[in-house]
Design a protein around this ligand. Structure first.
Ligand SMILES: [Zn+2]
Length: 422
C-alpha cells in the first residue's frame, strides 16, 4: 500500500458513504410524501389523518435536517485529516508540552473539543427548533447546558484515566499491546454497566420506586410467570426533557432494574404496560443483551488488532494528511495520533456494516414480540405499539430500503402483522 492509494481509498469510501446517506434520505422523503394523503388501511381504527400527517412531517423534518450535518461532518473530517488540521494541532502540542504523554493526550482532547463545539449548533437546532415545533421538547436551555456540563465532567472523570491507561499500554506492552488494551476496555465497559443504574443515570434523572400498588401487583405476577427477578421497579421523570415515551431494563445480576418513563405509564392501559414489559423480558429470555455485548467485545478486539497493524505503516498517517516528526520524543505522540486517526476514519468504513447490525436488531425485536405474545395478549402489545408510534410521531410508512438499512425496529406494519398473525 502506498500513501496515495490509501488516500484515494479513504476519500472514495468517504464519498461513497456520504452519497449513500443522502440517497437513502431522499428515498425516505419521497416515500413518506407519497403516502402522506391517507392512513394505511391497518391503522385506520386507531390513527386519524391529522396524526398520520404530523408523523409524516416530523419524520421528514428529521430527515431533511440531517442532510446538512451529513455533508458538514464529511467536510470536518476532511479538514482534520487531508486539510492538515490534525497536523497543525500536533505541531502545536509538540511545541507547547514537554511530556510526551501530555502531548498525545492534548491532541486527542483538542480534536474532541473542537468536534463537539462544531456539532453543538446542529444539536441545539434539533432540540429547540424541530422537537419544539412538534411539541416534544420539554428541555430548557439551562437544563441543556447543565446536561452538557455533567457530560463533560463525567467524560473527564471516567474517560481521561482510560485514555492515559490505553496510551501507556500501547507504549509499554510491545507488539501485543492490543490484547492488554482489549482487557482494559472490557473491564471498563463492564464497570460502566454496573455503575450506570446507581451512579450515572441518577445524575441526569430522578428515579422513584413505582407507587401504584395495583400496577405493581400485576407486574410482579407477570414477572413471576416469566421466572424473572429484579431489584426494583422504577419510574423515571423522562417528561423533564421530552414527551417521548419508553421503558427499559438496566444493570446486571443483582443491580438489574426495570425503568418506566413517566410518559409511558400515563399513556398505556395496565394490560398494555404488561405487554410492553413482557417484550422487554423477551429480550432477556433470549439473551439479546448478552449477545450484543459479546459481539461488540469481539468486534473491538478485531479493530484493535487492525490498529496495531496500521500504526506501523507510514502510509496510514501520511495517507490521512499527517507527517510524523522523526525524533524519539514524537514516539508517544505518534501512538496517540494513530489512535485518534483510526477512530476518526473507522465510521467511514464501518458504516457499510450498518444494514447487518440493523438486521440482527430487527430479528431480536421479532423474537421479543413473539415472547410477549406468548406471555400476554398480542393485541395489547399491538395497540400499545400504535399508541407509541402516534405519540412519538413515528412514520407508519418508511421507505422499505431506508428501513432495512437503518431501522433497529421493524416497520409498524410488519411488526403488527407478525404479532396478530395477519
Ligand atoms: Zn425491543
Amino acid at each position: 500500500m502506498t500513501t496515495s492509494i490509501f488516500t484515494t481509498f479513504f476519500v472514495g469510501a468517504l464519498l461513497l458513504s456520504t452519497f449513500i446517506k443522502l440517497w437513502l434520505a431522499r428515498r425516505q422523503l419521497q416515500y413518506i410524501n407519497a403516502h402522506r394523503a391517507q392512513v394505511p388501511e391497518a391503522f385506520r381504527e386507531q390513527i386519524n389523518l391529522a396524526s398520520h400527517q404530523k408523523a409524516a412531517d416530523y419524520t421528514s423534518a428529521k430527515i431533511v435536517y440531517p442532510c446538512f450535518p451529513i455533508v458538514f461532518e464529511m467536510l470536518v473530517l476532511l479538514a482534520f485529516t487531508l486539510g492538515g488540521g490534525i497536523q497543525l494541532l500536533s505541531n502545536w502540542a509538540l511545541a507547547t508540552f514537554h511530556s510526551t504523554m501530555l502531548q498525545g493526550v492534548s491532541i486527542i482532547i483538542a480534536v474532541l473539543l473542537i468536534s463537539s463545539i462544531l456539532e453543538a449548533p446542529f444539536e441545539l437546532y434539533s432540540t429547540f427548533v424541530i422537537e419544539a415545533r412538534f411539541g416534544f421538547n420539554k428541555m430548557t436551555l439551562g437544563l441543556y447546558l447543565l446536561d452538557a456540563l455533567k457530560g463533560i465532567l463525567l467524560g473527564t472523570i471516567l474517560g481521561l484515566p482510560l485514555l492515559l491507561g490505553v496510551l501507556w499500554l500501547m507504549e509499554k506492552m510491545g507488539s501485543l499491546w492490543w490484547v492488554y488494551v482489549w482487557g482494559v476496555w472490557i473491564s471498563f465497559n463492564l464497570l460502566l454497566l454496573f455503575i450506570y443504574p446507581n451512579f450515572i443515570a441518577p445524575l441526569f434523572n430522578k428515579f422513584q420506586p413505582l407507587q401504584d400498588d395495583t400496577l405493581k401487583a400485576r407486574i410482579d405476577a407477570l414477572m413471576q410467570r416469566c421466572g424473572f427477578t429484579s431489584s426494583g421497579l422504577f419510574v423515571m421523570d423522562g417528561s423533564k426533557r421530552s414527551t417521548h415515551g419508553n421503558a427499559y431494563f438496566t444493570g446486571f445480576g443483582k443491580t438489574k432494574r426495570i425503568v418506566f418513563f413517566d410518559t409511558l405509564l400515563q399513556r398505556l392501559t395496565p394490560s398494555e404496560i404488561d405487554s410492553v414489559l413482557a417484550h422487554e423480558l423477551g429480550h432477556f429470555k433470549h439473551r439479546h443483551v448478552l449477545k450484543r455485548i459479546v459481539f461488540t467485545f469481539i468486534l473491538s478486539l478485531v479493530f484493535l488488532w487492525v490498529l496495531a497493524q496500521l500504526m506501523q505503516a507510514d502510509w496510514f498517517y501520511q495517507g490521512l494528511g499527517v507527517y510524523l516528526h522523526s525524533s524519539d520524543a514524537a514516539h508517544t505522540q505518534s501512538t496517540a495520533l494513530a489512535l485518534l486517526l483510526f477512530f476518526m476514519v473507522l465510521p467511514v468504513f464501518s458504516f457499510l456494516l450498518q444494514p447487518v447490525t440493523s438486521f440482527y436488531s430487527r430479528k431480536h425485536e421479532f423474537e421479543a414480540d413473539s415472547y410477549a405474545a406468548s406471555q400476554t395478549n398480542a393485541n395489547d402489545l399491538s395497540t400499545a405499539l400504535v399508541k407509541l408510534y402516534q405519540d412519538n410521531a413515528k412514520t407508519l410508512t418508511p421507505d422499505p430500503l431506508y428501513a432495512k438499512f437503518y431501522e433497529s425496529h421493524p416497520p409498524a406494519l410488519e411488526r403488527i402483522a407478525h404479532l396478530t398473525g395477519k
